[in-house]
Write a protein that binds this ligand. Structure first.
Ligand SMILES: [Cu+2]
Length: 304
């Protein structure tokens, strides 16, 4: 599909912004200049007594009523057309579901492929369905002028099209808790053939055993747990396996060993025994399979 045939979201927004901004700037300058002029021209020392007997000017009143009315109608009409363009997904769009959770994004494609980054083909519109697993997040792509709240339980979508290959920032625009500022990802715009190669599942990409590292990325674990020992919202995975941890279980402080059993429990039911010094904010993970939990623990073990 030729990208020049569809209007992009940037093309829908920018002229409206420039029009409204330009009109405001013109009025600001015009009103300020007129005000300053009148302050000087009609200072008490120059015109101490009213000298005009005019009690009205019909044409002046018609003009200063009609012009602003036309201006705000133009702003509305222009803005409305931009809004409709933003809400109308062009035909042939690639459909992706963006899932937001505290504090990461994941993107699910129609063939079931899941990615922590939003890969898209250049020139093809992308419809992004917005899903939140917990609180209100915001799907924000400044480069494409796209920003929409992701509200739990509400069906919503955005669309955009990348005209050039490249990597574009993706932010969460609603304050959603402690690691909100870390809830960032990117849109990776690839040439169509490269994108198709990336999207097509190969036997290599789907080994019979789940890949723990990939899972940790996809499920958003790494949004809070670092791999390099740096402090995050949650404890780092580096050196975690086998270490001695001071935890709070049933309100009692105790020391446990971070063995397979403890890690499995902490993935499934994080609130059961919270590591001291960390807030009890990790959501439980009932939808992971036993195999996936096993793979995650094995991955953490490799970081001893
Ligand atoms: Cu968020």
């Amino acid at each position: 599909m030729n990208p020049s045939h569809i209007i992009t979201t940037t093309e829908a927004i920018d002229p409206v912004f420039m029009f409204i901004f330009g009109a405001c700037l013109l009025l600001l300058v015009g009103i300020t200049v007129a005000m300053l002029y009148f302050v000087v021209r009609y200072h008490r020392s120059r015109a101490p007594q009213p000298s005009s007997q005019a009690d009205g000017n019909l044409w002046l009143e018609i003009v200063w009523t009609a012009l602003p009315t036309l201006l705000v109608i133009a702003m509305f009409w222009y803005g409305w057309r931009g809004y409709v363009a933003l809400r109308t997904v062009p035909p042939g769009a690639l459909e992706v579901t963006a899932t937001a959770r505290m504090w990461s994004w994941s993107f699910t494609y129609e063939n079931g492929k899941i990615s922590p980054k939003l890969y898209v083909p250049v020139g093809r519109p992308v419809k992004v369905n917005l899903v939140s697993q917990d609180v209100i997040h915001g799907f924000f792509l400044p480069d494409f002028r796209v920003k929409r709240d992701v509200v739990p339980g509400m069906q919503n979508h955005v669309w955009f099209v990348a005209s050039k290959t490249g990597s574009y920032d993706l932010f969460c625009s609603q304050y959603c808790g402690k690691a909100h500022s870390a809830m960032i990802s990117t849109v990776e715009a690839l040439p169509e053939t490269e994108f198709n190669a990336w999207l097509t599942p190969t036997t290599l990409q789907h080994p019979s055993k789940p890949d723990g590292k990939k899972l940790a990325e996809e499920k958003g674990c790494l949004g809070c747990h670092s791999l390099d020992g740096s402090a995050g919202v949650g404890p780092t995975f580096k050196g975690l396996y086998g270490s001695q941890l001071k935890v709070l279980r049933d309100g009692k402080s105790m020391t446990v060993s971070a063995d397979e059993g403890y890690l499995k429990e902490s993935i499934r039911q994080p609130a059961a025994a919270i590591l001291e010094g960390f807030p009890p904010i990790m959501p439980p993970n009932p939808d992971l399979t036993d195999e996936q939990v096993e793979a995650l623990v094995e991955f953490i073990e490799t970081l001893k």
